[in-house]
Design a protein around this ligand. Sequence first.
Ligand code: SF4
Length: 331
Amino acid sequence: MIVIDEKTIFDEIQRRKPVSVALNGPDGILPKIQETASKIMERFGIPAYVLADSCFGTCDMNTNGAKVLGAEILFHIGHTINSTSFGDNIVLVDAFDNISFDTIAEKCAEEFRGKTVSLVTDSQHLHEVDKVRTILEHGGVQVLVGKGKGQLNDGQVFGCEFYPVMETRDSVDANIFLGQSNFHAAGIALSTNRPTYVLDPYFNEIREVTGFAQTLQKKSILAVYKAAEAESFGIIVGLKEGQFSKTTALKFKKELETLGRKVQLFALTEITDDKLRNLKGIDAFIQVACPRISTDNQFHKPVLSTPQANALVKLLKKENVDSIFQIPHWL
Ligand code: SF4
């Protein structure tokens, strides 16, 4: 069950006495955020708006929504990073899953006895890393936990940022991801090129995602080769504040024009196939927002992420294209 650190929220409201507040977080914990919002309204008698648009990370906090509503504080819940606020008006609040990994960790220790693994997780299960480490080590598994960097804590990854596992990848037999997210685990497998397993305490199972990651990789490489045949490109700047990268978009524009391709520039908040079907005269797209939009979704034309577009430019220049995703940060 997800437990939101409501004390931080209540203390902050008590201290700053805002006229209204807003709250948001990942879709999966919205029901819990609704409960917290109701408690705020009852306890403090102020409006507490739940910003219910999808929110995939600290790159996607919808601060504009809070501003338009006139909310003085935005509580962004469930994307734990290594700081507690962004400026004065955004407070980052932890939300931990209190499920125990004890049983599945014992099973994992049996399966990986004698091996070396990198232990890694997402925001919701960070507090379990030390405990699982102890269980695995008692069971004869050698455990490494890579160092965090940027916004990441030690042993933490985002869907596009993999510093801890990149640090350990040459020393381990496998990566072990704590949680249920095949999305994060597939990213880990792609960036490290190491066998990667999900330790899922809900289904009490150890799930290998290496094959799934290879499928994503094949699809992504195919899109790059298809895009290499395109004459006209649409380059899309994402309008979500933490994914905004106009400079990268203009860099690709210049490179493709130098290589004789036509380029149009677009800007979108949500990049979906339906939106792209409205745009005419484009053979292939490059989107410089969230890289997982390209790797994890189906589009009717090639839609390349930044690392794929870097590979495309190399391909068009007849340079060597090495591994596309074996880098610590995909933006
Ligand atoms: S994978 Fe996408 S949504 Fe997740 S942190 Fe990276 S840019 Fe943001």
